[in-house]
Design a binder for this molecule. Structure first.
Ligand code: N6E
Length: 175
């Protein structure tokens, strides 16, 4: 018997959520082109060769909003698997309340501050309302979402919480 195993290829991405000091507001950007066009999201993108994930997160934040972050706090890893696509997106999630520079609209993003209690979920990724409660409660987590090829329908997810960031890498969602 031949067992067919689908190869999984992982690609590294970053996602940065900028919050105000009292964490009542979040800076989102309306994606103007490419993957996720028309959706409000944090700032981020692919990690490039030769940079650390954190360097990639800082670079994407700067490229997409013109902001510099003083420090980034890691909050989790979110995996996305789309039906029929062997690539798994490994999205490393960071947050900061400490940014400097002038916020600008860029080719990629139209930025806007939102009240945390009033986010535009109908124009955001459908996974956001699932993991946002964990994020806003300050939890550290890892989660894997399974999407249909329509990039819209979630067929399932599995998640685990970590007690510290250093624990994150060791989490196996399949055990
Ligand atoms: C499926 N559900 C999802 N839910 C929440 N966030 C999601 C997401 N899927 C992708 N994301 C984020 O969207 C950005 C895409 O990045 P993306 O534009 O592709 O990368 P990058 O800027 O390098 O691209 P180009 O320079 O245009 O090639 C990146 O932050 C990534 O973490």
């Amino acid at each position: 018997m031949v067992e067919i195993v689908e190869q999984e290829l992982h690609k590294l991405y970053t996602l940065v959520y900028v919050l105000n000091k009292d964490k009542t507001k979040i800076l989102l950007g309306l994606k103007k082109r490419g993957f996720g066009k028309g959706r409000w999201n944090g700032f981020g993108g692919k990690v490039e060769k030769g940079e650390t994930i954190e360097q990639g997160a800082l670079r994407e934040l700067k490229e997409e909003s013109n902001l510099d972050a003083k420090n980034l706090e890691k909050k989790g890893v979110i995996y996305f698997k789309f039906e029929g696509d062997p690539v798994i997106m490994d999205v490393h999630l960071y947050t900061t309340t400490d940014v400097s520079g002038d916020l600008i609209e860029t080719d990629e993003m139209l930025p806007k501050w939102y009240n945390v209690s009033d986010l535009p979920y109908s124009s955001m990724w459908p996974d956001d309302p699932i993991w946002h409660p964990w994020f806003f409660e300050g939890k550290i987590f890892t989660v894997k979402f399974f999407f249909k090829a329509d990039l819209e329908t979630i067929t399932g997810y599995k998640h685990k919480f970590a007690s510290s960031v250093s624990e994150l890498d060791a989490i196996n969602l399949d055990s």
